[in-house]
Ligand binder design. Structure first.
Ligand code: NAD
Length: 491
């Protein structure tokens, strides 16, 4: 049943930016936010102007001494309180996120929970940023201290707005750095709500700022002379220009970029478990997931059985309004829908076999929504466009192999290297695959089986640096070394 969509009342009260501890209106271009399931504009916002972006960096710079000098235990208190406030407001945050992104409500709730978990994990790290001592003989001592990197800029995508915000902002704040975040122009709301909650949690004014708008706002932040680090999550193409922009202030970069991740299934695998993991790995969030398992590389002897299970799984998925919590919501925007349609049309024109889906979905009452059917192309050539490019939609391709080595070669035949998976009963082969596949993270017998405290990031064109876990702190700390001469007569 389609809800008579209840747009939350608080939507109208969310400011358009958050600078120096206060919400404010944007003074840039008008940006209507649209419910992708209905096409209805649910909020008119204004983008931030270049001056507002600069003011946000200035506020973050001004707040740096006080925040970095705040005792680690007190910083932890604030972040723990923020985690609690996010959880207390989880229902409202999830509705806003579901509506803005088009993601099913239970998936949005999970993202909000993950955001709270990131703040809680990094709260626990505030007082554990230990340095080192280095032996230099009896008369000298060298020690290192971990200092905050400075003003950090966080540029976010639209597919996981609140959890990608938290996974970068939480370690930055834990390290004593200050933040200017720029969410995607399509999905700005949850970042602003988190910044409001942070003030309620006791964060000092100016420590966490949010400005909104398109790429030019991000570019202003990346090129600002006071920016010390840029954490960017988005497409590989934009990542390249962010890297270039960040070269102006010689800022560090963490780049979390795109993927076309392989999942290998060998002949001895548990096919039911594989089908379950692969279907979730490509159809979750309508396939708009950087780590989606978009390429199934399957032993020829079990391919048709597994394909049949996957077709059945795809056809069982419910499609509807995000607030009705179906399995699949709409794609985020008409641009994204056209992108997915373009890949599918070209693959069909090239003669590839589409075994399920392959067109827009038109659920009853939501015929104008931006929905796309879960789609599978079978036995696709390795160097075709649909096998090589990130589609970022609910489209799986399969490729056949006869040997383990062929599976490995096909896996590595990609410009990307974000994650990879393998299903097999043979631990020797699984571990050999894990070591030899070009990816930042490998899942054995359970694709995307969780791990938000496990380091995450890509190799090749999927990115630079790591987020999550203790590794996620490295970008936000600078190790300073101090050498003290304490020989007699020197002090
Ligand atoms: P995108 O690259 O279009 O935009 C990402 C962000 O960059 C947005 O906030 C956008 O406004 C901003 N931006 C655009 N041009 C800019 C510029 N020149 N300078 C600074 N900022 C600029 O990506 P998207 O469409 O929002 O997200 C989808 C992409 O993100 C996919 O490729 C996906 O794989 C990737 N992604 C990666 C991860 C990861 O962790 N590796 C996670 C989520 C999404």
């Amino acid at each position: 049943m389609v809800l008579a969509v209840r747009y939350p009342e608080q939507l109208g009260t969310i400011p358009h930016a958050f600078i120096n501890g206060a919400g404010c209106s944007g003074v840039g271009a008008v940006r209507p936010l649209t419910d992708p399931a209905t096409g209805r504009v649910f909020l008119e916002t204004n983008e931030s102007s270049p001056e507002q972006a600069q003011n946000a960096v200035q506020a973050a710079k001004a707040a740096l001494p006080a925040w970095s000098d705040t005792a680690p235990g007190k910083r932890a208190d604030v972040l723990f309180r923020l985690a609690g406030l996010i959880e207390a407001q989880a229902d409202e945050l999830a509705v806003v996120e579901a509506l803005n992104v088009g993601k099913p409500l239970s998936q949005a709730k999970r993202d909000v929970g993950r955001a709270a978990d990131y703040f809680r994990f990094y709260a626990g790290c505030c007082d554990k940023l230990n340095g080192d001592t280095i032996p230099l003989g009896p008369d000298k001592t060298a020690l290192t201290v971990m200092e905050p990197v400075g003003v950090t800029v966080h540029i976010l995508p639209w597919n996981y707005p609140i959890s990608t915000l938290a996974r970068g902002v939480a370690p930055a704040l834990a390290a004593g750095a200050t933040v200017v975040a720029k969410p995607s122009e399509l999905t700005p709301l949850s970042a602003i709500m988190v910044a409001q909650l942070a003030i309620e949690a006791g964060l000092l004014d100016g420590v966490l700022n949010v400005v909104c708008g398109a790429g030019s706002v991000g570019e202003t932040l990346c090129t600002h002379p006071d920016t010390a680090h840029v954490t960017f999550t988005g497409s590989t193409q934009t990542g390249r220009s962010v890297m270039q922009s960040a070269s102006a202030p010689i800022a560090g970069v963490t780049l979390e970029l795109g993927g076309k991740s392989p999942v290998v299934v060998l002949a001895d695998a548990d096919l039911d478990a594989a089908a379950d993991g692969i279907a979730k790995g490509i159809f979750f969030n309508a396939g708009q997931v950087c780590a989606a398992g978009a390429r199934l590389i399957c032993d020829r002897s079990v391919h048709d059985d597994l394909l049949e299970k996957l077709i059945q799984a795809a056809q069982k998925l419910t499609i509807g309004h995000p607030l009705d919590d179906p399995d699949l919501g709409p794609l985020v925007s008409s641009d994204q829908l056209s992108r997915v349609e373009g890949f599918v049309v070209r693959a069909k024109e090239a003669g590839f076999r589409c075994v399920t889906g392959g067109q827009r979905a038109r659920p009853k009452g939501l015929e104008g929504g931006l929905f796309y059917e879960p789609t599978i192309f079978a036995d696709v050539p390795a160097n075709s466009e649909i096998a090589q490019s990130e589609i970022f939609g609910p489209v799986l391709i399969t490729q056949l192999c006869d040997t383990f080595d062929e599976a490995l070669t096909l896996s590595n035949n990609s410009p990307f290297g974000l994650v990879a998976g393998i299903y097999t009963a043979n631990v020797t082969k699984a571990m050999r695959y894990a070591r030899q596949v070009e990816a930042g993270q490998v899942f054995i017998n359970g694709f995307l089986q969780g791990g938000d405290t496990v380091p995450f990031g890509g190799v090749k064109q999927s990115g630079i640096g790591r987020e999550k876990g203790l590794a996620g702190l490295a970008a936000y700390t600078v190790e300073k070394s101090i050498v003290l001469n304490h020989a007699e007569g020197q002090l």
